[in-house]
Design a binder for this molecule. Structure first.
Ligand code: F58
Length: 858
């Protein structure tokens, strides 16, 4: 926006502000999108029990293959402007997507009507990341069109596999946190909970990973380049987002923020259908647009074409790219801008929705719970305060009571370096009003702390939302705890460590605020869709498919573990899944470690085991070994050099083993590039062994561990995150435990006497493994990895090496008893029903959200 425009804008804001003081009924124009969505009168007239479509005189969409074929033809003609004869595969794909989507759109309209009529308490899930996975297969399954769509495509002479192959995965997240958000949305819809997910529609998602000479290289993920048929743009619901500028006080002492930049947030939503229900919720994603006046006509006229759009380009950068999980990026202003952009536009949308049926602000927390997915959306707390106090004229105390009741916060980490903080100078420049509000919140809060703990200055310093030394920074986790009614960790151990260590001061002040909600995963995506063969076998074994939405029913498989013919079929399924994956010998033990690369997750420990095994095979020619395929997959943050060295070393070791005919019959290392939801769905069903080997006390929960156990993999793991709960449920006999527990790890690390070198000197096999790296045996690669392990070994890899290798020997021994292994595999599946995201959502609903379902009827 030009300076002159901004001045006019500021004057307008002051004027409206003034008018509102005299007549609170005056609506601030700038807060109202130009053509806001109208009240859906038909919803009010007919309520929840109508068929909106019929009420509007629309013909119902057919459920037969012939009708689906007709709709395909019609969509191809009217929406793509072509015919079967001249359609490209892309035309066919988009038409298929639209035809499937239409079936869900009908449910969506009914859902909106039912939810609107019920005026319920809504769950708003705020997350900077969503890893939704491919939409086509899911939407075909949930709409029940899978079979008829394929028949119809074939009837039209189109190859269904070729067409569906064009569906892309929107990679709008980094890892577990983003995927959890998607699983929770799936479960909320399945449980008929009225919910909206809010996020950012990044133009570029998580980078694509490739290997060049074994090194990770990153390529941009222009995922929506061809368009995204799953999205419903809603330009009418556009919102205005302010940045920079300054604050002013009016005569009555009220504060007004005069922004220095105005950006528009344009939403589009994707459908989030529930399984086995008519509920279709939405996830609303915001995209940044330059303001109307950001095209500079005078510059354009003067021939400065690029400069004329500078400002719009600048604004649109806000939603340009997902930050790839990188602590070094945390200083970047653009990231803070993204966070505020998400929060500001989402809150305005939430308030718009609230106002459709409500008018009294004290009802806001009764109708609204906003779940913050980690601290990335924490600015919502001061933003709601600003809206209530400055824009709505509520008293500070009332606004604060409303705000605290409205929000809840989920923490996903234990690593102190992962707790977000922002430099005060950057924060106050970008958000001059919010810093004032944060200071005010802090003052009230610290008074409470001082009253409760008089003379404990150190505690006050630790708990302050503002860190003073070495640099003034805003501590987002502290703000998130202070401004919410509930805080939860994502596994039992994690929640305990949060309360006992990371957020201890806060848990002492408000013990009732702290909860645990153990993570869960979508059984639809990660069993039913990823593993259709196993799903069919389970359904047959249980005599029905109710387990898909009631995962505890898997317990009914337990007796079948004793049935030799069932075990045989179980093995056949696993075998077929390995063949489908197509990496490594399907007869070998498939050992998988799939997750982001991070030193705390300890891919380097797995590597030391592989090198040890390599040496054993080399040293014992003629001896037979249990054949293993070790599969790694995962990305490292582009600037995380230590993790990238580990990746490169894995690829070098894989190549060395491959080239060695004495070893390759028994050991193979594969590392497919570009791990994502799609690839995970191919790997997980093929896994025999799940590697969950983080240093105890570091992995908040893990969710891959749950997906693998549910698909019948046995775990080799530490007592970390949700591994503990998995082991408690599947039984210690069906889990290969090793390593230090959290207290032992803390003691060893904090004792100041840990010496990785001592382990190196005492353990011959370990020494040989590290020496091989140091001696350049793997194409000269990986010395940095060995140096770091021998130098400081932050994550106590060498301390856990011996028990890990021993546990792997137990794995080999167990594998040789095929029947017993299969029994244990079945028990892993049978006893993992707890890890359904449906259970997770039920826990949130009863403990934190206090919401009830709204059933969508026909
Ligand atoms: C993960 N966090 C935890 N963060 O590491 C994992 O234990 C847990 O199971 C999962 O959340 C779900 O609760 C995680 O994925 C991120 O990706 C951040 C994204 C933003 C930048 C910093 C990392």
């Amino acid at each position: 926006m030009h300076q002159a425009d901004l001045a006019i804008y500021a004057a307008e804001r002051r004027g409206i502000h003034d008018a509102r003081r005299h007549d609170p009924g005056v609506v601030e124009e700038s807060l109202q999108p130009a053509r806001n969505r109208q009240l859906p009168a038909i919803f009010l007239r007919k309520g929840a029990d109508m068929d909106v479509r019929n009420g509007m005189g629309l013909r119902p969409l057919g459920t037969s293959a012939a009708e689906f074929e007709q709709d395909l033809l019609s969509n191809l003609y009217y929406r793509r402007g072509t015919t079967v004869e001249s359609a490209s595969t892309q035309d066919a794909y988009e038409t298929l997507a639209l035809t499937v989507r239409d079936r869900l759109a009908e449910r969506r309209v009914r859902t909106a009507a039912a939810q609107y009529a019920a005026n319920p308490r809504w769950v708003y899930y705020l997350s900077a990341e969503y890893l939704l996975g491919k939409q086509l297969e899911q939407n075909m399954l949930y709409s029940g069109t899978d079979r008829i769509a394929r028949i119809a495509l074939r009837q039209l002479g189109l190859d269904p596999d070729e067409v569906t192959a064009l569906d892309l995965e929107p990679g709008l997240g980094n890892g577990g946190l983003g995927r959890l958000a998607a699983c929770l949305l799936d479960a909320m819809a399945t449980l008929d909970i009225p919910a909206v997910g809010y996020g950012i529609r990044y133009d570029f998602g998580i980078f694509k990973q490739d290997f060049q000479d074994g090194r990770q290289i990153e390529r941009p993920d222009d995922w929506a380049f061809q368009g995204n048929p799953w999205e419903f743009p809603a330009p009418d619901d556009q919102q205005t987002v302010f940045f920079y500028g300054h604050t002013e006080k009016d005569a009555a002492g009220r504060t007004l923020w005069i922004p220095g930049e105005v950006v528009f947030a344009e939403p589009s939503h994707m459908l989030v259908p529930g399984h086995g229900t008519d509920t279709v919720n939405i996830v609303r994603l915001w995209r940044a647009r330059g303001s109307h006046s950001s095209f500079d006509l005078s510059r354009f006229s003067a021939g400065q074409y690029a400069e004329a759009v500078d400002e719009a380009v600048h604004a649109e950068n806000i939603s340009k790219v997902l930050y790839p999980d990188d602590s070094t990026e945390s200083g970047r202003e653009l990231r803070l801008k993204q966070q505020y952009f998400l929060v500001s536009s989402s809150l305005r949308d939430i308030i718009r929705r609230f106002r459709l049926r409500n008018s009294d602000w004290t009802d806001f927390p009764k109708k609204t719970v906003i779940q913050l997915n980690d601290t990335h959306p924490t600015l919502a707390i001061p933003e709601l305060m600003r809206l209530l106090v400055d824009e709505e004229g509520l008293s500070w105390d009332l606004a604060w009571a409303i705000t605290k009741q409205t929000f809840a916060y989920t923490c996903h980490t234990l690593l102190p370096e992962a707790l977000e903080t922002w430099p005060v100078h950057m924060f106050e420049r970008l958000l001059p009003r919010h810093i004032e509000i944060v200071y005010a919140i802090n003052e009230i809060f610290l008074t409470e702390v001082r009253n409760r703990f008089p003379a404990d200055l150190d505690r006050v310093r630790r708990m302050s939302i503002i860190q003073e030394e070495p640099e003034r920074r805003v501590r987002m986790a502290n703000l998130a705890v202070v401004g919410t009614q509930a805080v939860n960790g994502v596994a039992e151990l994690h929640s305990r460590l949060l309360a006992d260590i990371t957020l201890r001061d806060f848990a002492e002040l408000w013990p009732e605020k702290f909860h645990n909600v153990t993570n869960g995963i979508s059984p639809r995506r990660f069993v039913k869709m990823a593993n259709p063969a196993l799903s069919d076998l389970i359904t047959e074994g249980l005599g029905g498919d109710a387990w898909i939405t009631d995962l505890d029913r898997l317990a009914g498989l337990e007796p079948l573990a004793e049935d030799a013919s069932f075990r045989l079929r179980w093995r056949e399924v696993k075998q077929a899944n390995k063949v489908r994956l197509g990496l490594g010998d399907p007869a070998s033990l498939t050992d998988v470690m799939i997750k982001r690369f991070h030193e705390y997750k300890r891919q380097q420990l797995k590597l030391l085991h592989i090198i040890t095994q390599y040496h054993r095979i080399k040293q014992n020619p003629g001896q037979t070994f249990v054949p293993r395929t070790v599969l790694f997959a995962g990305k490292a943050a582009p600037a995380y050099h230590a993790a990238k060295h580990i990746i490169r070393l894995i690829n070098a070791v894989a190549a060395t083993i491959d080239a060695d005919p004495a070893v390759s019959p028994y050991l193979k290392v594969v590392f497919p590039a570009n791990y994502n939801v799609t690839l995970s769905s191919l790997i997980i069903p093929a896994a025999d062994l799940s590697e969950q080997i983080s240093l105890a006390g570091k992995e908040a929960s893990g969710t891959g561990n749950m997906k693998l156990a549910l698909n019948g993999a046995l775990t080799v793991g530490t007592l970390d995150g949700a591994n503990i709960e998995i082991r408690d449920r599947v039984g210690a006999d069906n889990f290969f435990l090793f390593g230090l527990d959290t207290p032992a790890a803390l003691e060893l690390r904090n004792g100041g006497t840990y010496s990785p070198r001592a382990y190196y000197e005492q353990d011959g096999e370990l020494r040989r493994a590290l020496d091989a790296i140091l001696d350049g045996k793997f194409a000269g690669v990986g010395r940095e990895v060995a140096d770091s392990l021998l130098g400081w070994d932050e994550y106590l890899t060498l301390a856990d090496y011996r028990t890990y290798v021993d546990a792997q020997d137990d794995v080999d021994a167990a594998w040789q008893d095929t029947e017993s292994w299969t029994r244990r595999s079945i028990l892993n599946t049978a006893r993992s029903g707890f890890f359904s995201a449906d259970r997770t959502v039920r826990d949130y609903a009863s403990e934190i959200w206090h919401v009830t379902p709204v059933k969508v009827t026909r």
